[in-house]
Design a protein around this ligand. Structure first.
Ligand code: 5GP
Ligand code: ZN
Length: 113
C-alpha cells in the first residue's frame, strides 16, 4: 500500500518527530497552519476515524495520551489548542491514514471554516 504516513511511521520518509511510542508517533506538519502544528498518528494503517475501531485495544488510549503529553510539553494548555481530524474529502482529508492535527499558539475561530 502506498501511504505517506505509513512511510513516515516506518521512517522510510523523514519527518520531524516530536514523540514516539511503540504504536504512535507525533511529528511536525510539513505545511504548518499555526505556530505549532503537529500530526499524531497510529503507526498501524487505518484510513480515518471511521476505521479507528479496527485498531488493537489500547492504541487509541496511547494516541490521546501522546496528544495530551505533547500539548503539555509545548505549553499549549494554558492558552488553549485545537485537535482536529478531517474525515473525507469534503472535510479536507488529503492523506488517507488516520491523523489528528494538534494546532496551537494562535487564536482559533469557531465555528471552523
Ligand atoms: P489532511 O489534509 O489529511 O487533514 O492533513 C494532512 C496533513 O499532512 C496536511 O496538513 C499536510 O500539510 C501534511 N503533510 C502532507 N505531506 C506531508 C509530509 O510529507 N510530511 C509531513 N510532516 N506532513 C505532511
Ligand atoms: Zn498508512
Amino acid at each position: 500500500m502506498d501511504c505517506l504516513f505509513c512511510k513516515i511511521a516506518h521512517k522510510d520518509i523523514d519527518s520531524s518527530i516530536v514523540s514516539e511510542t511503540e504504536n504512535v508517533m507525533v511529528f511536525k506538519d510539513i505545511d504548518p497552519k499555526a505556530p505549532v502544528h503537529l500530526l499524531a498518528i497510529p503507526k498501524q494503517h487505518v484510513e480515518s476515524i471511521m476505521e479507528a475501531g479496527k485498531l488493537p485495544g489500547g492504541v487509541l488510549d496511547e494516541l490521546f495520551e501522546a496528544i495530551a503529553a505533547v500539548a503539555k510539553d509545548m505549553d499549549l494548555e494554558r492558552d488553549g489548542f485545537r485537535v482536529v481530524t478531517n474525515t473525507g474529502k469534503g472535510a479536507g482529508q488529503s492523506v488517507d491514514h488516520l491523523h489528528f492535527h494538534i494546532l496551537g499558539k494562535r487564536t482559533f475561530s469557531w465555528p471552523p471554516g
